[in-house]
Write a protein that binds this ligand. Sequence first.
Ligand SMILES: Nc1nc2c(c(=O)[nH]1)N[C@H]1C(S)=C(S)[C@@H](COP(=O)(O)O)O[C@H]1N2
Ligand SMILES: [Mo]
Length: 169
Amino acid sequence: MRSAPNLSALAKTAAFIALILLAPSPLLAAGPALAVVLDGNVKRPQSLDLATLQKLPAEHVTVSFLSEHGTTTASFAGPRLWAVLEAAGGLADDAKAAPLHHMLKVTGRDGYYVLLSTGEIAPEFGGKPAMLAYQRGDEAPGASGLRLIMPGDKRGGRDVRDVVTIHVE
Ligand SMILES: Nc1nc2c(c(=O)[nH]1)N[C@H]1C(S)=C(S)[C@@H](COP(=O)(O)O)O[C@H]1N2
Ligand SMILES: [Mo]
């Protein structure tokens, strides 16, 4: 004789399936990068983690930029990129004109990258407020990874998402 469906076994199976669906996968759990590797022409090449970035003077900025999705307006918080360079000891070049001689390659996890010149962001020269943002809107710090923000840009192309390395040349 066939037994009636075992309700407790069904419930267990349902609970198991729910667990698999709801549990964050290891990939999702890894999430965006919470550290940035600063290498190349700086005095102390190193990886800077979120806690270290949060100790640097933070700025808050609201930007609007155009992308293929239309206009995005969002606020971001984080240190200036120049302050991040200084956290790694600054440029490994003591020439007077050193701030005018170097460039930064800011790369996202997907390999997308943008080049900036040091003269553009050096406080005594271009002084552009390039930010390495660790917080978007009222999300938790780090929730969206790190993002380069170039306030004033018309399009979002230089606002590199999920920054993982900054190479100084
Ligand atoms: N890592 C990474 N960052 C990126 C891009 C990309 O493809 N990869 N695209 C850029 C471009 S062209 C634009 S317009 C904006 C779009 O920002 P959004 O994805 O937050 O809307 O991201 C910029 N940052
Ligand atoms: Mo874009």
